[in-house]
Design a protein around this ligand. Structure first.
Ligand code: ZN
Length: 411
């Protein structure tokens, strides 16, 4: 997906604004001697920006528009260190609402819908983004925020909420409560708009079936407006993203080079019209791929696949880049194994080795199952792991995904 003339023109507008403001990123561009770009080759030479850079600009070093034009800030926090503060102008706030309303429309939501918003309000971009998009669309916002399941269900029933906005884990919790209380007939939900954290196909299936709703993945991050920069349509062939507001690239997270459409890599985003805090080539560390071709819905907005994980999860085995999500996807296709697994990577006789431990019940042939899983990994990813099948309950239970992957090479 090469950058086009119009997008280059917009990027030059942002470079000019950054240089003129002397903001944190403006200074970086100045030091790199960049004044404008004329081709995709020029563009690909622009330096990346990282969350760490944004953090260094704390508190307001990213502010690129004059202070009197800033109407709001949002903040994202990492697990460590200072938060990132993103200033927004009135136009940024409006642009975000326009994009978000477009997301709702793409999901077939109209001004007759009643939108039940459970993400949090405050410094985060979540709740308020869902709200602004809803109002822009003309639908009825029910601004619940998170928590208090009793109240959520009471309002959902009495107000006849038709759309649920939430994280996948909260949607699952609500689905289970509704089933437990035998309330399904009194709930009018038709669709769910779910934040783009990585969630398994099994979980999606459960939420969709238990609530009897269609699910839509919405994408976005605080540094780039917030949620609402992309969503899947009714054909569910990946998420359309709004290329009149952002330019999206997929790069090899190791070399930093852009990869061909269709290949998986890291999402890098450039904001094309943002005023408060424009970002050039921002590394999101989210993994996805551009889906080539056009969607059956006929929309010309390009598409990315659902988020496959984070670059921080990447493992390199025998020269092949592997992500836990890829292994998880393969394992999910084997109904005879439980949802628990463990991956161990070690250096054995000069070679990288991956061992995969899975659980199954006593009525399957463990050796045969192990062989079939190893063959599947070989054909899908390109190397042969050592697979060991154990009895159900043997593997340690953990809430954290990371604990399922143990790299013994660096211990
Ligand atoms: Zn479509």
């Amino acid at each position: 997906m090469q950058i086009n003339e119009r997008q280059l023109e917009l990027v030059n507008g942002r470079i000019k604004a950054l240089l003129a403001s002397g903001s944190f990123y403006g200074k970086k561009l100045q030091e790199a001697g960049i004044t404008e770009v004329h081709s995709s080759e020029d563009f690909e030479k622009l330096p990346f920006s990282e969350k760490a850079d944004l953090r260094d600009a704390y508190p307001l070093g990213l502010m690129t528009a004059p202070e009197e034009e800033i109407v709001r800030i949002h903040s994202s926090s990492g697990t460590t260190g200072k938060p990132v503060i993103i200033p927004y102008t009135r136009k940024d706030v409006e642009d975000w609402a326009i994009m978000f309303a477009r997301c709702y429309e793409t999901a077939g939501i109209t001004n007759k819908d009643r939108i039940h918003i459970t993400p949090g309000y405050g410094l985060w971009t979540a709740g308020i983004g869902f709200q602004a998009g809803c109002e822009r669309l003309g639908a009825m916002a029910i601004p619940m925020g998170p928590g208090n399941t009793d109240k959520q269900l009471e309002m959902m029933e009495n107000l006849g909420s038709t759309v649920l906005c939430s994280t996948s884990s909260y949607a699952l919790l609500l689905a289970e409560e509704i089933a437990k209380r035998g309330m399904k007939d009194r709930i009018h939900l038709k669709k769910g708009v779910i934040g783009s954290e990585r969630w398994s196909a099994k979980m999606r299936e459960r939420i969709s079936t238990e609530l009897g709703i269609e699910l839509y993945d919405i994408y976005g991050l605080t540094e780039i407006y917030g949620p609402g920069i992309g969503i899947n349509c009714e054909h569910n062939t990946g998420m359309h993203y709004w290329d009149d507001y952002i330019y999206l690239e997929i790069i090899d997270p190791v070399t930093g080079k852009t990869v061909p459409d269709g290949e998986q890599g890291e999402i890098v985003i450039t904001t094309l019209v943002k005023e408060g805090a424009p970002l050039i080539r921002y590394r999101t560390h989210d993994l996805s791929r551009i889906i080539p071709g056009t969607c059956p819905c006929g929309r010309s907005y390009p598409r990315i696949d659902v988020i496959a994980g984070r670059t921080d999860d990447m493992m390199k085995i025998k020269g092949v880049n592997v992500f836990p999500a890829q292994i998880e996807e393969i394992l999910a296709a084997f109904p005879e194994i439980s949802s628990e697994y463990q991956i161990r990577i070690s250096h054995l006789e000069g070679k990288d080795t991956m061992r995969i431990y899975v659980e199954s019940t006593g009525d399957v042939d463990f050796n045969d199952l192990a062989r079939r899983i190893a063959e599947k990994v070989k054909s899908k990813i390109g190397f042969t792991p050592i697979v060991k099948v154990v009895e159900i309950g043997v593997l340690p239970r953990s809430m954290k995904k990371t604990a399922r992957v143990i790299d013994e090479r660096y211990q």
